[in-house]
Write a protein that binds this ligand. Sequence first.
Ligand code: SAH
Length: 450
Amino acid sequence: MRKNDQFQIEITGMTDNGEGVGRAEGMAVFVPYTIVGETVRIHIVKVLKNYAVGKLIEIIKPSPHRVKAECPNFYQCGGCQLWHMDYAEELLYKERKVADCLKRIGGIEQPISPIIGADERKYYRNKSQFPVTSDGIGMYAGRSHRLIPIDHCMIQSNITEGIISTVRYWIAAYGLIPYDEKKNCGQLRHLYIRETDEGIMVCLVVTDCKIPNLDCLVSLLRENNPQICSVLLNINPHKTNVILGKETMTVWGKEELKDHLGDVVFSISPLSFYQVNKQQMQKLYDKAGEYAALCGKEVVWDVYCGIGTIGQYLAKHCRQVVGIEIIEAAVKNARENAKQNKLNNTEYYCGAAEKIAPQIIAKGNRPDVVILDPPRKGCDKVLLDTVITVNPQKIVYISCKPSTLARDLKYLNARGYTAEEITPVDMFPATTHVETVVKLVRNKQKYPVQ
Ligand code: SAH
């Protein structure tokens, strides 16, 4: 096979990144924007050792699930991957992705429960981070840092549109200089927006704090949208792909926003993690609560707790919540949130879970239930080993990456914890990302209680 060859192929599978997979001349070919069951004509754009990449040139037999992409930027922007299929097909793709990963990497063959889909596929995100470059404000194209200017994003809250155009106007009117990552110079790097039920935070990620005409920006933003309740600067002077720097300054308004979930309230500082899809977050936490099945007596560890959300959502159903989180601002929020929620059965520790958990055990604390909600890279082995030594009855694992979940489940499985129930949750419609919640129980036969 060579570059520029053309083939007619059938799409028989999908990659984890949402490309269709077919075969030509015995070789796997990945073709973006195709769907299982389609017959397509492709043009080979790249040939690698184990697979090739094809460009779709003609759909000969379309899938009944093919739809006209609702997003006008879909074929340029790298933000979403699945607008060319209907939502039922997207959910099926995500279920298969979780099941395949668990089987292939984790050796777990048991059936998974149906995915919890979203009521809204559009405008669900409460947090956006748009890069700012000399090409404008927008999103990067897939697998690159080429900016695609965006006016209207189909998955961001629709308040972002007005904010983007105001910031764009302000940049042009006052001659602000966007950051150039190749030359490592310029002032503005990202436009970071977060929306809660209290209001909207607009944060400019900048290389240094000496940004002129910020008062004009504040006036323009507030005129444009009265829901805006804070304008902040986040300082990130480093040559890095990490979006946010460590320091944040308030230009106007509040530094923290509040958000309500059921009868609990959370203050969220700009550097703290908060789930991006509120409707799905509640469904996820409810499923985690169902799996934890608390009766009121348990000590629950909320490991990777962020601002304390899951633990505080469940705190009134257990004896004690012990939270561990590495970001200081988030731990501060978690402690304040416990006070606001009038909870006196919570305790928070700041540091890497793998370092802190053994210290908590040394103090004599033993969990009955452990909730694990790690970042994409999954749990540190030391943390898993530590959890195993204290023998909790149950582990509820919430994962945002099926492959690292599969690796960690395999590890736990070999050490006495069986995945009893597995439910994917669609936290990120139109993208290939999928959240999964798993109930693990201690296998009494193999590891008797000590
Ligand atoms: N459970 C929270 C946050 C989940 S995101 C929620 O649902 O909102 C994962 C969290 O793990 C982030 O807040 C991140 O800062 C934290 N984190 C990452 N690595 C960590 C580590 N080694 N130890 C403790 N926390 C960590």
